[in-house]
Write a protein that binds this ligand. Structure first.
Ligand SMILES: Cc1cc2nc3c(=O)[nH]c(=O)nc-3n(C[C@H](O)[C@H](O)[C@H](O)COP(=O)(O)OP(=O)(O)OC[C@H]3O[C@@H](n4cnc5c(N)ncnc54)[C@H](O)[C@@H]3O)c2cc1C
Length: 510
């Protein structure tokens, strides 16, 4: 029997599962160690007395990237996932009573936008055209490839792209080119929150998000987002990957040049030829590796926001709550400053509500509702006084008041059968997310591409990373790309080593 290279993956988030499956497909013997009792990480679910909640992701975006992952594993996505397009994508509620339904129905968009501002529809078409250009160019030139050195990233060929992608312009300011009305500028920039970024700091490149949602579509798999995790895990297992749950890694042992083994909290020790960290990258540097200076550099980087979550099992149905609902608070700029600079809950919080049973009735018992509420808030900050109990209370009251006033759901509080709350400390404790930052490291100009922590450790050459804090960044499809890029890098390294040792490659880089 030829020797099979062994790989140990730390973490069964979507990045860990997809990388494990790709490596197994390429002939590796793979084991995944996960601290929790189920796979999925942030893309997990809570099922309680007939109510099914996605705990994190609710927007299934960029289906073509998912499709590519399934295909690379020898499968067809449509054999595993029953996707439904959600259109209108969101209902947006402004605090002055204006409501806007973002939809791919151009006629409906025109009617709604022209009611707010005469020239807004033309602005919208141009804005989406710019988003389309940014999306295609980014995927092709930045997000969908590895950068092996700084010269590849800042090459003369790439420099014009910085300007074409408006990487040095701010997203909110750039939106002013297309819309004058502040509410429209907000409607087409709040999505930066998915990257955990303020639109006042985010590069204008991110107009690609609005293009993605409206043109490529926002989808939902029947059975919930977790079906994506269940399918990929089952495929990985069929390819021979071993998943070990309740297996928190405490330390990565090194000889100063490479990683030798992973030591678990319970004393067990696993060794392998290569190691892939899917747990949050800054956490791995800080808690599992010995080099404290490197960890400190990461500590000083910019992190995304966190969230307060309410998962409500409700004994009444509220059909007026759409599948995706966004409530924007008053002073848009001040609210981002409070989240990103003061690391707190804004005075007038914005929030998002997900009601999956509008599309997938099995998410709640008959005649009842399953409601997920996400309130963006600052990440944990040891230097700031943060009274989470008070912030949770105020967030809850804001949500109930606005749903009551603007949707007529005045009796909602009385119909909440049970409530589960997540807060920054939960994200940190449950998934080891540094600073409880729900979307990992931030994605400003200095923390993307080659400037983001690389997917291979500089010193320990058999330690790789996959997931939201390495290249290309956060979001399920982007993490699936990360799994592809990390696998490509591992196979490229293996091939180089094989050439050096034997004069010919043993694995086919794919
Ligand atoms: C509230 C919220 C809403 C979101 N909404 C969307 C959305 O609508 N659409 C979208 O595409 N994306 C969304 N995202 C982003 C998306 O969830 C993440 O980008 C993605 O799930 C990250 O996957 P990952 O594999 O990088 O990391 P994780 O999911 O964090 O997985 C890492 C795994 O490592 C494990 N681990 C940690 N430490 C150890 C250890 N010491 N030993 C063993 N295991 C360990 C963790 O338990 C976890 O399972 C959302 C995220 C959040 C939090």
């Amino acid at each position: 029997m030829p020797y099979k290279q062994t790989a140990l993956v730390i973490g069964a988030g979507i990045g860990g599962i997809a990388t494990a499956a790709r490596l197994a497909k390429n002939g590796y013997d793979v084991t995944v160690l996960e601290k929790n009792d189920t796979p999925g990480g942030r893309c997990n679910q809570i099922v309680h007395v007939g109510h099914r909640f996605d705990i994190g992701p609710t927007l299934f975006l960029m289906p073509e990237v998912w499709e590519e992952t399934f295909a690379a594993l020898g499968e067809k996505m449509s054999d595993h996932l029953d996707l439904r397009r959600i259109d209108p994508t969101y209902k947006i509620h402004f605090d002055d009573g204006l409501q806007l339904e973002l939809t791919s129905d151009i006629g409906k968009m025109q009617t709604q936008l022209e009611k707010v501002e005469k020239t807004a529809f033309t602005g919208f078409l141009n804005y989406i055209a710019e988003g389309s250009k940014h999306y295609k160019m980014s995927l092709d030139k930045f997000v969908g490839r590895n950068f092996y050195n700084i010269f590849e990233y800042f090459s003369l060929a790439n420099l014009p792209l910085l300007f074409q992608l408006k990487a040095l312009k701010k997203h909110y300011a750039n939106t002013g080119k297309y819309f004058k009305d502040d509410r429209l500028k907000a409607a087409f920039t709040f999505q930066n929150m998915y990257l955990g970024l303020s639109p006042f700091d985010a590069p204008a490149t991110y107009s690609l998000l609005q293009y993605t949602e409206l043109a490529e579509g926002v989808w939902y798999p029947i059975g919930g987002m977790y079906t994506g995790i269940q399918s990929l895990t089952a495929i990985a297992e069929n390819l021979g990957v071993r998943f070990i749950y309740n297996a928190p890694v405490r330390k990565l042992e090194t000889d100063g040049k490479k990683i030798l083994g992973a030591l678990l909290e319970d004393g067990r020790r696993f060794s392998a030829d290569i190691f892939i960290g899917n747990a949050d990258l800054p956490y791995i540097y800080k808690e599992l590796l010995p080099d404290k200076a490197e960890a400190q550099k990461l500590e000083n980087k910019l992190y995304t926001c966190s969230t307060i979550m309410f998962y409500w099992g409700v004994d009444k149905e509220y059909p007026q709550i759409a599948h995706h609902n966004v409530f924007l608070g008053g002073n848009y700029k001040a609210s981002f400053d409070q989240i990103f600079n003061e690391h707190t809950l804004p005075d007038v919080p914005s929030f998002y509500i997900h009601a999956p049973s509008r599309t997938d009735p099995a998410a709640a018992p008959n005649g009842q509702d399953t409601l997920y509420v996400l309130v963006p808030v600052g990440h944990l900050d040891a230097r700031t006084e943060q009274d989470w109990d008070a912030m949770i209370k105020r967030a809850r009251q804001t949500v109930l008041t606005r749903i009551g006033k603007e949707m007529g759901a005045t009796d909602l509080e009385n119909h909440i059968k049970f409530e589960i709350i997540y807060q920054p400390k939960t994200w940190k404790e449950r998934f080891n997310l540094a600073k409880g930052a729900a979307f990992s490291l931030s994605h400003n100009f200095w923390q993307v591409g080659y400037l983001r922590p690389q997917n291979r450790h500089q010193k320990y050459k058999n330690l790789y990373f996959t997931g939201a804090s390495t290249h290309p960044g956060t979001g399920l499809p982007i993490v699936l790309l990360s799994a592809r890029l990390t696998t490509q890098r591992i196979l490229k390294d293996a091939s180089t080593i094989a050439v050096q040792k034997m004069g010919k490659p043993v694995l086919n880089p794919a």
